[in-house]
Ligand binder design. Structure first.
Ligand SMILES: [Zn+2]
Length: 211
């Protein structure tokens, strides 16, 4: 499934003019870099009134979808925080519909419900930081002779873990994971996501699901 463009009625908040306008309803974050940039830049679904020239957002929610990363977010571009509970209720219904329509994609993770582009930016900043730490972990693991386990991203994200973990030998065990993670962390103490993982494992939390 690609990014999706639609057409719908818009009403100018400045002069009241009603007209039809195109809008993007779904952006594939993994495939459409230009759309992603324009969404983050606040230009996506920004329309201008043909009567008075005023600029405003099409009041449709935008779905940000990045399936390889198990990342799905419903974004209200205007960021109307006051009525967000009602907006969120609609987003939840939309998610149910989307999940049913895309049954073959087997979306087994929860989406994010975001009140505005700032929240989307914060989410994608976190994503970039997690990807960067994961790359460092992969490189250090190779140096230390560890294998890598790729985690289910949706679960790793919610727990604050990196996307890859070093594995000593073949066994995916608590003791082995802690030991390998500690060895990598020793090489680079700035890997705070690995530190979070070690603390959780030492506290007896469940091992995260792998791909
Ligand atoms: Zn107008």
């Amino acid at each position: 499934m690609k990014s999706i463009k639609g057409q719908g009625a818009a009403a100018c908040p400045n002069c009241g003019e009603n007209f039809d306008a195109e809008f993007w309803s779904l952006v594939r974050g993994d495939a459409d870099a230009e759309l992603k940039d324009s969404l983050l830049g606040g230009e996506l679904n920004l329309i201008s009134c043909p009567a008075c020239g005023a600029f405003f957002y099409h009041d449709r929610n935008i779905i940000y979808f990045d399936p390889p990363n198990e990342l799905l977010a419903f974004v209200s571009p205007g960021g109307d925080k006051k009525d967000f509970e009602a907006v969120k209720a609609k987003m939840k219904r939309d998610f149910k519909t989307l999940k049913e329509n895309l049954a073959s994609m087997n979306i087994s993770y929860e989406p994010f419900y975001l009140a505005g582009l700032e929240e989307l930016k914060a989410m994608l900043d976190y994503e970039a930081a997690a990807a960067a730490q994961s790359e460092v972990i992969a490189a250090l693991s190779a140096q230390l002779g560890f294998k890598l386990a790729a985690l289910r991203r949706a679960g790793a994200r919610v727990s604050g873990y990196p996307f890859y973990l070093p594995v000593d030998g073949g066994a995916y065990t608590r003791e082995g994971l802690i030991k390998a993670a500690q060895a990598v962390l020793k090489q680079n103490p700035a890997l705070n996501m690995l530190e979070t993982f070690i603390k959780d494992m030492q506290a007896g939390k469940e091992l995260p699901p792998r791909i």
